[in-house]
Structure formats: C-alpha cells, structure tokens
Design a binder for this molecule. Structure first.
Ligand SMILES: C[C@H](O)[C@H](C)C(=O)SCCNC(=O)CCNC(=O)[C@H](O)C(C)(C)COP(=O)([O-])OP(=O)([O-])OC[C@H]1O[C@@H](n2cnc3c(N)ncnc32)[C@H](O)[C@@H]1OP(=O)([O-])[O-]
Length: 719
C-alpha cells in the first residue's frame, strides 16, 4: 500500500503504508508502481518524494512472503522505473532503510536522512544478498571497499556515517519529509543522469582484484561454511568488472541459488524465532501480553567474580544504578578495579564517558534495602547460595525481585528459603555476561508472572535475547550440553582424537569444537561439578567399575586429564597444548594421544576409525534428543526457545538454524533411525534412547517445525 498526495503545488508525496516497518509486500509494490506511474505522468508534478508512514522508511522485502510463491510487481523493474523517470525522486529516510528499503532509496536520485535513521543491506544475515540492485548500485555510489563491508557484514549504518560514506546527500534533525519536499522543489531542472546510479561507472582502485581476493579470503574464514557472504563478494565483483546489466544478471543468478538454500531457510527461521521467544507464556495462562514488568532503576549484584563483574557492567551500560557487594574488602577492591577498567573500555568503544557514578561498591548487604532487583552471582554452591538468599530476604524491601545467576541449581530450593518465593527467578547469564547475548530466565514453580515479566524485560533492556525456561537441573542449555560432552568423550575412548572431533564440529560451523571450548572455559570447572555429583573423586561408589556410574556408561578420561594438572588454556595445557598459560594457540598434544592409547590398552578398548559424520551424528543428535525431552517435559515452550538458546549462548552456527531446526532439516525419521542405531550399539548410554516426543512426531508424519508448539499442547508445562 502506498498513499499519494500532491503537496506544495508540484511535489508528489508517496507514503509507504505497511506497519510496523513498511515492508515491501506485494501490496506495497503494487502501490509504489501505481503512484510512481501517476507522478511521472502528471504534468503538474515536477518532482517526487518517497517516505514511509510512522517514522519508518522501509524494512526491506517482506520476509514473510519468502515462504510463499512471489506475487505482485517485481522489485527490480519497479526501482528501475523510478530511476529512469525524468523527474527527480527524493527518498526521505526516517527510522530505517534496510535491504530492499535502501535499494529503493538507491533507485531514487537523492536521499535525505534523519539524524537518528539507520541504513544498511542486512540480506546476508538472512542467507541472501541485496537482489534489487543493491550489489550494483551501492558500489557505484560509494566505491568497492565500503560497499563490500556493508554487504558482506549486513551491519546497520547511522545517518552521520552514511553521509560520510556518501550513501545519503543530507542529514537533518527536522521533519525529514518537509526537508525532502523543499529539497525536491530545489532540484527540479538539475541534470538527472549523473544521479542515475545504474548509468555510472563503478569507481575502482587500481588494486581492485587484490582487494576482492582479500575480501573473499576474509569472508570465507569468517563465514565458517555460510554461503551467502561468499555470494555477496561475487556479486560486488560483478559491479567492478561488468557493465550494469550484466552485473544485475549475475546478482539475480546468485540470489536464485541462495533463495532456495537450506541456510537461507535457517537464517530466516532464526529471524522470526528471535522475535517469537520474546512472547513467553506460563502454564497459568499468564503471558508476555498480559503481564506487566515492574521498572528496575536500582539493582544489586552479589559476588564480583567473573560473572558478577560482567553482570554489573551490563547493568551500568544500560544506565541502571548498581550496588555491587563482595564479602571481603580485598575481593571488593579487586572487583572494583576490574569493573572500572571494563566500563572504561566499553565506554571508549562507544565514544562515551564511563558511568562509574552509577555503581556503589560495598561489603554490607544492608545497603540493599531499597534495591528493586538483586542478582546473586556467588560461587556455584547450594549451601552458600541459600545463605545469601536467606540474608537477602531479610534485608531487601518486601517487593524486591531476588534473582540467581546459577547455571543449573534448583531455583525452587533457593526460593523456599525466602519470605517471597513468588519474587524469585533465575537470570542465567553467559560468560562474558556483558557480551554474550543470551539470558535464560528460569521460572520457578512459584515465580509470579510479574517476576518473569520483569526479568524478561530487564534482559531486553540489557540488549539480551531473553528466553523463558522451566526449572530443572541444567535448565535447557546446560542440560542439553551434557550428552554432547559425554558423546565426545566416548568417541575419544573408541578411537577418535580431540582434533578430529573438534575438526568435525568446526566444519559443521561451530567457532570452536567441544575440546577447545572445554579448554577455554577451564577443565577444572567440569571436574568440580563431577566430584560434587559423586561421578569422580572420594564419593564414587566403590562398587562402580571405572567406566560405569549409576548403572550407565561413564568416561573417566576428563578426570584423568585433570589429575595430570591439565586445566586447559589457563595453565597452557588441557586437551591441547597452548603456546603459554592463557595462550590461545592450540596445538595437538602427543602426550594426550599417548594418554588415550594407554587408557584404551588399560580398559581393553580396540580403537577403531571414527569419521566426521559419526562425530556430528553422535554429538549433535544426542544433544537434539535431549532437546526433544526438554520440550516433552515442558521445560521449553517451543523449538524456537531451544534454538535461540543454542544460537546465542552455545555458538550453534546460525546458518544451521539451531538444534531443533537442524533436526527438522535433516529429517526426523533420519535422526530417529541414527539414534536407534547408536543406542543399539551403546545400550548402556541412556541419552541415546530416542525420546518419546521424537517418536510421536515421526509417527505423525514429521510435521514442520512451526507446528511443533501446537503439537506439544501439554497440560504439564513447567513454565
Ligand atoms: C530484495 C532485497 O534485497 C532483500 C531480499 C530484502 O530486502 S530481505 C529483508 C531485509 N531487511 C531486513 O533484514 C530487516 C529486518 N528487520 C529488522 O532488522 C528489524 O525488524 C528492524 C526493521 C530493525 C526493526 O527492529 P525492531 O526491534 O524495532 O522491531 P522488530 O521486533 O524486529 O520488528 C517488528 C515486527 O516487524 C516484523 N518485521 C520486521 N522487518 C520485517 C521484514 N523485512 N519483513 C517482514 N516482517 C518484518 C518483525 O517480524 C516483527 O514482527 P512481530 O514479531 O511483531 O510479529
């Protein structure tokens, strides 16, 4: 839909109307085509302004239409008609001009932007490329290198920077439409040809071939198997080497391949899943639509260890006052120094002043009497956490929210020691807490909708992707991680090496394989948890043989590695050898290979060849299987919740959609068949037994993932 008006005598004002972001749906494309034709034919009209309703220019093509057969006028000729017209067309950009929205503006002869506007070509984040002339017009306007950067990263550019780059002609803090109308009147009669980008040559530096080669190498390294960024470089190369028409041909060919790709489906699924998880629902019927968050202006953080420091910085970056508490003055001073340095670094990156004035450091819990919300981030030990919650319950005001950053302990058990269990929720951040985008909001059985709403909303204020989950050991993320880790250890027993397992997972798209990731987070962390749960150390049941625990297969390999003082990156040796303690360069360690050989010999294991396919299937299908159990237990409301947790918290490659989406992509019957195959081979590994939900879905013909939430309809949600 596009509205037409003639203003100031001779200016046609065309307004895109498709809330909330004026996406270029078929109806909008029809509207633009009709109104532009009318303006170009009307002799009274001397120039045209295109703008968007509600202070938003255009969020691009309508992504919801991608899953349907495309109807309505195609974008390329629609934009060409604007450019080829004999009347100046000015784009008045407010809010955003993204993807097809910016391509529409690039087809106009002039672009005026509001100071707060953002422009960009984010198609690559959807597994696509700018396919309405963006890869051919933008390089002609701003040059190859800046166009490559914007198109291969998909990043949004603020108006002032867009002016510097030459994307827009003017920036205003007044009414952009009014300024554009005045501008459109002024440019009547000016030569238009130089403003028609498709007619202009692409400015190329002498070393353009080298620049394109380097860009391709860099993009391939960063892409980790994603195909869209590579196609983006190929399309921009066409702008540097081919005439416009041939370049457009190349752009369309590349887009046709991407559009049908599973990666594009995965990335578009992630786009909508990221928005869906914000719409949470509890079994009580309370949900994000009918539960109001309470404002949080005064927060507190208990414990200034790694997590506490990151959480404090995240709160201050969002402009929230924080009381930071530590038990000893020594710990407090150390925490204060590190937090201050982190805030200074963060402020420097954003060219701002660090808000150190927002933090009060103290050793006294009494200073929390007027905090709206407290986040406990002390050592992962239940008795210690209970003591803290008891104290909080006595010093905080009656309606203060009491939140725990535990990564898997029982939230209900903590709530039970307070006077206000309904105000207790889990807020599980991921390290580094001021960087990682994921927040698991853990709903205890007595958490009130207001407490969940407040924690979810606070997560959004901190720039997090907040996902509401039920309360169980390990919640969602860590609960699924356990079978993934165990399968990796079993594969080592059977003949694999850390570098083979990691190689397969990194080829799949993970930034880091499981053993490099374990070395990064510190092998002693898992070792302590295994000791506390009686899997290793003094509390092991003496009747348990070395490779069995609680009647299940168990691999003591990680314990052996720790017993040898190998704690990972922090001390320079773990599953890999590092150049120095804390070093990041990992090299395969012959001593680990020797340890594996001796271990297999000792336990009578004949090593066999393990291929990458088996690594991917056993590690990921075991993780996915636990995901189905979590859905069936009602700990997660839908597959989107699990997928966003893994994409934003565990480095699952976004172009693979997330574990549950990937299972749907591989095909549920295949996942079931492979799990049954491995379970038969390893009957002492219960996490390989296919989950009941997976079987039910396959029996029901493997319905598409967007129907699983309804398929799950269950009275016993833990949310
Ligand atoms: C040919 C051409 O080359 C190609 C092929 C293309 O052009 S491909 C398309 C390229 N365009 C994009 O990649 C931009 C995608 N959008 C965004 O980045 C953001 O939305 C935003 C614009 C920065 C606003 O952020 P927000 O935080 O203020 O609100 P929101 O919650 O995100 O969005 C508000 C609501 O609008 C919906 N929405 C947003 N953009 C949409 C779009 N392009 N199509 C369809 N729906 C869209 C979104 O799902 C949500 O719906 P619901 O959840 O309420 O039901």
């Amino acid at each position: 839909m596009a509205r037409y008006a003639q203003v100031h005598g001779s200016v046609a004002l065309i307004t895109l109307t498709n809330p909330p972001v004026n996406a270029l749906s078929a109806a909008v494309r029809h509207g633009i085509t009709e109104t532009v034709t009318r303006a170009l034919r009307d002799p009274e009209v001397k120039s045209v302004v295109i703008c968007g309703e509600n202070g938003v220019f255009c969020g691009g093509a309508d992504i919801r239409e991608f899953a349907k057969p495309m109807g309505g006028p195609p974008l390329v000729p629609m934009i060409a008609a604007i450019e080829e017209g004999d009347k100046p067309v000015v784009a008045a950009i407010e809010g955003v001009a993204l993807g097809g929205g910016l391509e529409l503006a690039l087809g106009c002869h002039y672009r005026i932007a509001h100071t707060k506007a953002l422009v960009g070509l984010p198609e690559v984040t959807l597994g696509l490329l700018p396919a309405a002339g963006g890869t051919q017009r933008l390089p002609r306007l701003i040059g190859i290198a800046p166009a490559l950067d914007l198109i291969t990263t998909g990043r949004h550019v603020a108006a002032q920077q867009a002016l510097k780059l030459g994307i827009v002609d003017q920036v205003t803090d007044q009414s952009t439409v009014d300024v554009a109308i005045q501008f459109a009147k002024q440019v009547v009669g000016q030569p238009l040809l130089p403003r028609k980008l498709s007619t202009q040559p692409t400015p190329c530096p002498p070393d353009v071939d080298i620049l394109l080669e380097e860009a391709m190498t860099q993009v391939k390294r960063r892409a980790r198997g994603a195909i869209a960024p590579v196609a983006c470089v190929m399309a921009v190369r066409a702008a540097a080497t081919l005439p416009y028409r041939a370049g457009m041909q190349k752009e369309q060919e590349l887009m046709a391949t991407l559009f049908r790709s599973s990666q594009a489906h995965a990335l578009q699924y992630c786009f909508f899943a990221q928005r869906a998880v914000g719409r949470w629902k509890l079994s009580s019927g309370a949900h994000s639509g009918n539960s109001k968050p309470r404002p949080v202006s005064k927060a507190a953080v208990i414990g200034l260890g790694t997590m506490g420091r990151g959480i404090t910085v995240a709160l201050v970056k969002a402009g929230i006052a924080v009381v930071a508490v530590e038990t000893s003055d020594k710990q407090l001073q150390m925490g204060k120094q590190i937090v201050s340095e982190m805030l200074k670094r963060e402020a420097q990156k954003r060219n701002e002043t660090p808000r150190l004035d927002l933090i009060r450091f103290t050793t006294s819990m009494l200073e929390l009497k007027d905090s709206d919300l407290v986040i406990e981030a002390v050592f992962e030990d239940m008795p210690l956490k209970k003591q803290v919650f008891k104290e909080l319950s006595s010093v905080c005001k009656a309606d203060a929210f009491l939140c725990t950053n535990t990564s898997g302990l029982d939230v209900d058990e903590l709530a039970a020691v307070t006077k206000t269990p309904e105000l207790v929720v889990g807020m599980h951040f991921f390290a580094p807490a001021h960087v990682m985008k994921l927040l698991e909001v853990v709903c205890g059985s007595r958490s009130s909708p207001e407490a969940v709403a407040t924690a979810m909303y606070l997560g959004k204020r901190l720039g997090k992707v907040s996902v509401a989950v039920g309360n169980c050991p390990g919640f969602v993320g860590n609960r699924m991680l356990r079978p993934y880790l165990e399968e990796a250890n079993f594969l080592l027993e059977e003949g694999a090496t850390p570098e083979l397992v990691d190689g397969a997972l990194e080829e799949f798209g993970f930034a880091m394989g499981v053993f490099r990731m374990s070395d990064l987070s510190g092998l002693d962390v898992g070792w302590r948890i295994r000791k506390e749960s009686g899997l290793t150390g003094p509390d092991v049941d003496p009747s348990d043989p070395p490779r069995r625990r609680q009647g299940q297969r168990y691999s003591p390999l990680p314990d052996l590695v720790c017993e040898q003082g190998r704690l990972g990156q922090k001390n320079g040796r773990g599953w890999y050898l590092y150049d120095k303690p804390g070093g990041r360069v990992a090299t395969p360690d012959p001593k680990i290979h020797q340890l594996l050989e001796e271990y297999r010999l000792k336990h009578g294991i004949r090593p066999r060849r393990v291929d990458r396919q088996e690594v991917v299937e056993r590690c990921l299908f075991a993780l996915i299987n636990e995901g189905f159990r979590i859905l069936d237990d009602g700990i997660a409301a839908g597959p989107e919740d699990i997928d966003m947790i893994y994409v934003f918290g565990y480095g699952w490659p976004r172009h693979r959609g997330g574990p549950m989406f990937y299972a749907g992509m591989v095909g549920l019957p295949k996942v079931l068949e492979r799990l049954e195959h491995y379970w038969q081979a390893h009957p002492d590994v219960p996490h390989l037994e296919p989950s009941a939900l997976l079987r039910r879905l396959v029996d029901s013909g493997s319905p598409p993932i967007d129907t699983w939430r309804d398929f799950l309809q269950r009275p016993h949600s833990q949310l």
